[in-house]
Design a binder for this molecule. Structure first.
Ligand SMILES: [Zn+2]
Ligand SMILES: [Zn+2]
Length: 171
């Protein structure tokens, strides 16, 4: 999403409301692909003297894979961001504070800040539904859909010794 800032840049105190949409945004981070659709953004940009301060809120849909059964599913996500943008050449890159970013020309591209904000809003361990049964640890079938005859999960080999011990106690 591009924000026109030609008017905004002209004078300290200028402000502007904006809204926009993206039908699809995606990013690959550490080998994981994140896909967002129906992205709606609205916010406000202010010229606060030599820099532009932007605040926005985002609503979108996220395509995720269930951390239990690996099925893909879609959830709504909402997030917000604030960011300060400096015109290229107006500040040394090393002098930027943690949140500062550089823009050049008369447009600010909000794509990166939108995607980062959405990724941070995602659940750490997404599940397709609260009672997801996951995959059978033996045959790998999806236990939400299929049944299998594998029976109860084989005991963790690290606990096998403990099981033996408990059996002896019972006998
Ligand atoms: Zn699941
Ligand atoms: Zn099974």
């Amino acid at each position: 999403m591009l924000l026109e800032v030609a008017d905004l840049r002209r004078q300290t105190g200028n402000e502007k409301e904006f809204a926009g949409r993206d039908s699809r945004l995606e990013i690959e981070l550490r080998g994981d692909l994140f896909v967002f659709t129906e992205v709606l953004v609205e916010g406000e940009a202010n010229n606060v003297g030599g820099k532009i301060y932007i605040r926005g809120s985002i609503e979108a849909k996220a395509d995720l894979n269930c951390s239990c059964c690996l099925t893909s599913f879609t959830i709504p996500v909402a997030s917000s961001f604030e960011e300060t943008y400096y015109a290229a050449g107006s500040v040394e890159e090393g002098d930027l504070d943690n949140t500062g970013r550089i823009y050049s020309g008369e447009q600010i591209d909000l794509r990166d800040v939108i995607i980062e904000s959405l990724v941070l809003a995602l659940p750490m361990k997404p599940v397709c539904r609260p009672d997801c049964k996951g995959l059978c640890p033996s045959c790998g079938c999806n236990l939400n859909i299929d049944h299998c005859d594998c029976g109860p999960q084989a005991p963790d080999p690290r606990l096998a010794g403990l099981g033996e011990y408990l059996k002896q106690l019972k006998d």
